[in-house]
Design a protein around this ligand. Structure first.
Ligand code: SAH
Length: 398
């Protein structure tokens, strides 16, 4: 049993089963034994590799996006450059390096990192002291200073807790973590007489399945054996964080990019997962020693953005987003005059970041902004122009 499993077992014995959200929050953020608090998750020797750790191209292209967005905002200085959950600080370092083409951007940026782990804050400090003159850390999105802002979040929302609900023949129940007969952590159900506000009712369409004007992709959440019992996942925490970001953008100029794995068209399905040493594990097997996350419901985030007055754009797959920003061009630039080994490593990184069988399709990019701002890669007219060109002289708009 892991130390956190012992701590949770004692807690459940004393107070009864806990929600999946409480379980996730403890797994990742327990001040003594939480995964991000204690472990070094990233990289080959860790448990997983995120996009910025795959290649510098990821952060550089996002840097180019930030600079173009900042120019569209009228090049405000100072402005808040925020990142949620910066991990090792790699994305921000690559972003700021790419942004050096506009010294006023780098000079004007007040870099704010939202990070709960004191250990990772230290890693970020070491990584970023050379890159930015002013660095600040805050605990929560609410603590970001006011004013114009550009915000990025890569693989942050998947780490925020979800709750799971199941429709049983007797009505709605919440999936809980309790103890089995033998004392091991086990899933169970607790009836909820009063479905949560906004909870879908049996045999009615889920209210967040369709909403006007918003793209619903072609894929549903991945399925698992538990899918035979339809599980509905909701995340009040994620919605609240996104709502806070969106409110800021509705009141001051700015934009945000949320990148994560998840689904555009919600489905009934249990997406809670644990990753340990690059393999999926039972989420209850080793609390504190595995990364316990869940897929992101981008539909719900888009809805929260709209409700707060910040326009969400059509969701892009990560592959499409990176190619629109010039991934192919950047890769060939980096490959120039390099040996075959480096060239094939760069090609492999492109495939990993943007290939449909790797991160290109499962990962999605949600962009939102203050009203009236045109966002690079999302609001470009180039697609339309492309389509017209393809349509040729007989094309409607000539
Ligand atoms: N963006 C990075 C790291 C992703 S891992 C990358 O792409 O490599 C998730 C990050 O979010 C970690 O830095 C973790 O410590 C942080 N984090 C998770 N939950 C958090 C919370 N509730 N508040 C603040 N930071 C959190």
């Amino acid at each position: 049993m892991t130390p956190l499993a012992e701590k949770l077992t004692a807690r459940i014995r004393a107070n009864g089963p806990i929600t999946v959200a409480d379980y996730m929050a403890a797994c990742l953020g327990d001040p003594e034994y939480g995964y991000y608090v204690r472990r070094e998750p990233f990289g080959r020797g860790g448990d997983f590799i995120t996009a910025p750790e795959v290649s510098q191209m990821f952060g550089e292209l996002i840097g180019a996006w930030c600079v173009a967005t900042w120019e569209a905002m009228g090049a405000p200085a100072p402005f808040v450059l925020a990142e949620l959950g910066p991990g090792r600080g790699t994305l921000m370092a690559d972003l700021l390096r790419a942004a050096r083409i506009r010294p006023r951007f780098v000079d004007g940026a007040r870099v704010h990192l939202v990070e709960m782990s004191p250990r990772l804050r230290d890693v970020q400090r070491v990584q970023l002291t050379q890159s930015a003159e002013r660095l600040a850390w805050v605990d929560r999105v609410e603590d970001l200073p006011p004013g114009p802002m550009i915000l990025v979040a890569n693989e942050f929302f998947d780490a925020l807790p979800i709750r799971q609900f199941v429709r049983t023949p007797d009505g709605w129940a919440e999936r809980m973590v309790g103890l089995a007969q033998d004392g091991a952590l086990a899933f169970g159900l607790r009836p909820t007489h009063q479905p949560l506000p906004n909870q879908p009712l049996p045999n009615q369409p889920l209210p967040h399945l369709s909403f006007a004007g918003y793209h619903t992709g072609d894929e549903a959440a991945p399925t698992s054996p538990q899918d035979r019992v339809p599980v509905i996942e909701v995340s009040p925490t994620r919605t609240a964080v996104l709502h806070t970001v969106a409110e800021r953008l509705a009141n001051a100029s700015g934009a945000a990019l949320v990148i994560d794995y998840g689904y555009a068209a919600p489905a009934h399905g249990d997406t809670l997962q644990a990753i340990r040493h690059h393999h999926y594990d039972d989420p209850l097997a080793a609390p504190g020693e595995a990364d316990v996350t869940a897929h992101v419901d981008f539909g719900a985030l888009g809805q929260a953005a709209r409700a707060a007055g910040a326009a969400p754009r059509l969701l892009l797959n990560q592959g499409e987003f990176l190619y629109r920003l010039g991934l192919a061009e950047r890769a060939s630039e980096l490959s120039r005059e390099k040996g075959p080994e480096t060239r094939s490593a760069i090609a492999a990184a492109v495939e990993r970041l943007a290939g449909p069988a790797a991160m290109g399709k499962l990962f999605k990019v949600l962009a939102l902004s203050s009203p009236g701002l045109a966002l690079p890669a999302f609001d470009d007219k180039s697609d339309e122009q492309e389509a017209r060109r393809a349509a040729g002289p007989t094309g409607k708009d000539g």
